[in-house]
Design a protein around this ligand. Sequence first.
Ligand code: AMO
Length: 436
Amino acid sequence: MKICVNELKNHVGEKIIFSGFVDAIRDKKWVMFVILRDATGKVQMTIEKSDENNKELLERMSNVTVESTIRAEVEVLENTSVKLGGIELIPSKIDITSSAEPLPFDFNNLAGVNIDTRMDFRWLDLRNEKNMLVRQIESCLVQAMRQFLYDNHFTEIHTPKLIGTASESGSSVFEVKYFDRLAYLAQSPQFYKQMALAGGLDKVFEVAPCFRAENSNTNRHATEFTSFDLEFSYIDSYEDVMNLEEDLLIAGLSKVKDEYGDKILEVFGKEVIVPTKPFPRIKLKDLYEKLHEKYGFSIPTEDIGDMNAEAEKLTYRLALEEYNSEFMFVVDYAATKRPFYHMRDENGKLQGYDLIWRGTEITSGAQREHRYEELCKNAKEKGLGEDVKFYLQFFKYGCPPHGGFAIGVDRLTMLLLGLTIKETQFLFRGPNRLDP
Ligand code: AMO
């Protein structure tokens, strides 16, 4: 395996193979400095011109363009006068493993570069140090959240994304030609994560793509995004679901703060705040009242019983001002505005919630209706028939009371770093963006 820049200090005095991108070449009178780069940093390779043995190396390197890649046999030396980590590489052999053409833009300086040009050449855009950090931070966050679930005896599952009927609500799904019939792309793993519990697995999770055929061009919507979904059995109420989400987010954000807190502040200007339990919880009706009282906000008639983007923004403000919290759970949504699989109590009150962080919804969750008769009734009420018939069967042969939630990973990273979803996703997918 390749030795990375951040491991070189462990190889001082050794002869090793080092590979990387040519970041810059500084051709001085007596010496040529070649700055090499990999995902962990940069290092200086020094080629002395006075050394006759270096003639061939110098000739070869003088024809190399920046962003080409090389493989070099080098000696790793400690040199305190070298600014890049106090290490320099002295090569005895260099192979050019790929040659780069002139770049369409300078990825080190993206300020004036159109976002669509950046997306067209996303693999170059990703070479920007900040963008590389986004990937590494997201990876750290998801790893910590996964680890939390493994530690709590959750099993990772992989549910199909090609499905035979339009899932969940019958709207917003992509149709795919499937031999001589139609299939659909899963809008979420909802039905299958619940099927896992009907299958006797007590606690499951999945980190996977969701597809939404929504023509939304906002900073937080994508047509394909990564969802961190979980579902678990034998809960007493949706309070148990919210409690677990608190612990999960605390685990994820603690790890990110430990590993990247300073870097995030320096590069993105955002402080990573690890929340404390319990996160404030507010009923939708009370929230409307507070938002009206404090900020003069009234929910538009069509959104009554639900939230909208403006309400989410103000909820964040309220959470900060009144609860000193970046997070806020909102409960008591109208059953008419929520999916049929959310449980309702004997008074028809919905047993579900949304979680708002930094002005955006990051999660929907609920206790699920696991009683076959009730579930059939709810589905019928929503006008769902054949499409959900297969799903209703899961609850016919015994199924534990259960609940779960889904966190949008892209939104989590985006809000953590103060970016848009286009900048955050590895490769953005939106109504007008299917390439590369
Ligand atoms: P919901 O539709 O609210 O719930 O989605 C869950 C979370 O996924 C993220 N999200 C999105 N991210 C980017 N682009 C989009 N178009 C987009 N749509 C949703 C959000 C959202 O909170 N089955 C339920 C979850 C559950 O109850 O377990 C569901 O899909 O962060």
